[in-house]
Design a protein around this ligand. Sequence first.
Ligand SMILES: C[S@@+](CC[C@H](N)C(=O)[O-])C[C@H]1O[C@@H](n2cnc3c(N)ncnc32)[C@H](O)[C@@H]1O
Length: 294
Amino acid sequence: VDPTRATQLALGFWPARAFSAAAEVGVFALLEAEGPLPVGVLADRLGLRSPAVVDLLDALVALGVLARDGDAYRSLVVPDPSLLGAADGDAYRAWAELPAALRGERASMFAGLGPDELARFAAAMGEVSAPAHAAVADLVAPGERVCDVGGGDGRLAVAIAERGAVATTFDRLVPDVPGVSAVGGDFFVDELPPSDTAVLCLVLLDWSTDDKRRLLARVAASTGRIIVVDRLGPPDRPTGAFDLLRSLHLLVTVGDAFHYSYDDLVGWLSEVGLVAGPPREVGAGLTLVEGRAG
Ligand SMILES: C[S@@+](CC[C@H](N)C(=O)[O-])C[C@H]1O[C@@H](n2cnc3c(N)ncnc32)[C@H](O)[C@@H]1O
């Protein structure tokens, strides 16, 4: 075993967390807004009282993301907010539970979310799925009954209702949105509202294969057509460390979620009597697939 490599891997979270924590307390945003600052001013402005703030800044200099000119620190990077969302304190706590997740001892994230957390999560998801909303709404006709299953904050259902369709959202969360009837319930247990078209937008991804099939069967029994939007994975199993670790990130943060491929979806849709249309890229890495009665 290469001791240096083993040490790097064992303690690799030190620099990662120093970087994400610096972003979390506002170091990069402040330096971007105000330009170079000495440690005393920076610590005052951010309300950081520990004498170790200078160690953090010097560590970030050593790591190549800050530079020091005299006593002033300046930022060499502008961290991407969506990246930082995957590296915040919640993400670190979730990764601490990786052994339990591997033992199958962690329930789906949704089981543990209270109403406020669920609403915050759904609002964030509504942003992620927003690039796909127009593409879904383009596929519905006026008067068509459309049920957005796992409809979250209801934003997609609003876009559908604006096209003259009769839009319903079904979710544990019951948003108050105009022109949409919001039905609360558990899509694994409760009866789904009957519809001509059901939508599953960023929903299938969150579940194990068995649960994906169970959900598709329940949805198919309530509708004639299913529109699926998700971030699909490649047809072959990934081999790169980043893709594989991202899969573990999904496991620890969401549960037995995984990126499935278009071919997987074609198979699951055919099991419930639907024929999948071709995959369509609808922006922001999202793919739309329609399943229709054959
Ligand atoms: C990743 S979000 C996607 C939300 C929305 N479709 C969008 O694209 O923004 C998944 C949604 O599934 C809902 N959900 C999770 N488990 C559920 C269950 N058992 N029954 C009903 N809804 C559930 C969550 O409340 C959440 O709003």
